[in-house]
Design a binder for this molecule. Structure first.
Ligand code: ZN
Length: 427
């Protein structure tokens, strides 16, 4: 497939001008899906889980109108409203698209004229197989939008310079408490234009609720928390299974209330698509099972394989071939961490610990916090999504099988030690 990409697509261009190269890939993919992938004596059957991309690329691949068009939502048929930008004001009773209505073009205005998606030849659901990507739409979309509104927006919801300084100071204070599993430490909102998707995710799922509490006006904080809690649920396979309907209620409230707080123009495509997000998370098990984060991470690895600007594909191919010669580590266990800020683990729904050292018998000496309280009570008990306040602790010996999951421990600016379970996909 690589040779076809290089033949059909000039890699020096930022965006492809034609879909010729996608047609080649879709045809080859169709063949692999039907016949499997043959390697030496073995044939491996292949299944397409989903096609993950941002909204502009999705419109190109599906040959539909862009999200900025009147019929640009790829999940429902509502006509957009122009409010200085394209918005989608309807929140309830949405008429959803499905594979049949898409292929039969029940709403012609949704489709580009005289073109059909190369993916239509595949035996896939042309709506469900293109899920929303929360990396682009929620992290780089909704979360970024709100941070810009609070720090640089209109006076009705822009926080004061003193409040902004307080949030920035709190973010800086958290830098030493962020586990190394996060690629980046918190940066101040003065640098928000340069934040990466992982930084917005960190804020949306974890640090935002701590650094904004008591600073952001209560109405704005409650509104943000509806979004944050819903996202905490939908990135976790376990929580998605149990609380997906609740997450949908929160996101519906968030969209509807967003119009009252920030005005009609708040309901752009990224905000509107939150109404479809729970369905995608439920279909795939969680948002991380259909997001671009894994691909972004791999792209980063690929970039590191390239040492000069000449023959970049050949360089990457050589590095990949070298790697394929190295035996794969079979152990999937992560080593137990024993130093702050990496040594915090959830032990049970009501207790967590910091691992201090390994004993001679191979057990773990831990500081155990056994009566975790709720950090927040609105919009629900925060223990549901793993946000706790630590109380008294005692030293205990635990077995590594007692450790149920990773967490981080933060100082919240009011002397409280807050523990947050790590919910997103850590791989
Ligand atoms: Zn829609």
């Amino acid at each position: 497939m690589q040779s076809m990409v290089t033949r059909c697509y000039n890699i020096t261009e930022a965006k492809p001008k034609s879909l010729d190269f996608i047609k080649v890939i879709a045809d080859e993919l169709n063949m692999i899906l039907m016949n499997g992938f043959s390697w030496e004596e073995t044939t491996v059957s292949v299944r397409l889980r989903c096609i993950t991309c941002d909204a502009p690329a999705k419109a190109m691949l599906k040959c539909i109108k862009q999200f900025s068009g009147y019929y640009g939502c790829d999940k429902c048929t509502q006509k957009g409203n122009w409010e200085g930008r394209m918005t989608y004001q309807q929140v309830h009773d949405l008429i959803l698209r499905d594979d049949v209505s898409f292929r039969e073009q029940h709403q012609p205005e949704h489709h580009q004229e005289n073109t059909v998606s190369p993916f239509s030849d595949l035996q896939i659901d042309m709506v469900k197989s293109f899920p929303a990507d929360y990396m682009h739409q929620c992290c780089l979309g909704v979360m970024r939008k709100m941070l810009l509104l609070w720090s640089r927006g209109k006076s009705g919801y822009r926080i004061s310079p003193a409040q902004l300084r307080e949030v920035n100071q709190r973010l800086r204070n958290l830098r030493c408490d962020i586990p190394h599993i996060f690629a980046r430490k918190p940066r101040s909102l003065d640098e928000v234009e340069r934040w990466k998707a992982t930084e917005f995710r960190q804020f949306m799922l974890y640090t935002g609720k701590v650094v904004l509490r008591g600073v952001l006006p209560e109405t704005l904080y409650s509104h943000f928390m509806a979004f944050s809690v819903a996202m905490c649920i939908l990135v976790s396979p376990h929580l998605t299974q149990t609380y997906n309907m609740y997450a949908h209620e929160l996101l519906t409230y968030f969209v509807e209330q967003g119009r009252h707080i920030y005005g009609k123009e708040f309901l752009v495509y990224n905000v509107h698509s939150l109404l479809h997000l729970t369905a995608d998370a439920t279909t795939y098990g969680s948002l991380d099972r259909c997001s671009a984060f894994a691909f972004e991470s791999y792209l980063h690895q690929l970039k590191k394989m390239v040492r000069s600007g000449n023959h970049v594909l050949i360089q990457a191919a050589k590095r990949l071939q070298e790697r394929s010669q190295i035996p794969i580590e079979t152990s999937e266990e992560r080593p137990i961490q024993m130093k702050h800020p990496n040594n915090v683990y959830i032990v049970s729904p009501t207790s967590c610990c910091e691992v201090l050292e390994r004993t001679n018998s191979g057990k773990l000496l831990c500081r155990v916090f056994s009566h975790l309280a709720s950090y927040l009570c609105e919009p629900c008990d925060s223990r549901i999504y793993g946000a706790f306040v630590c109380g008294a602790s005692k030293i205990e010996i635990l077995d590594k099988t007692n450790l149920q999951g990773r967490a981080m421990m933060l100082e919240d600016g009011h002397g409280r030690q807050v523990v947050l379970s790590l919910l997103h996909d850590l791989d």
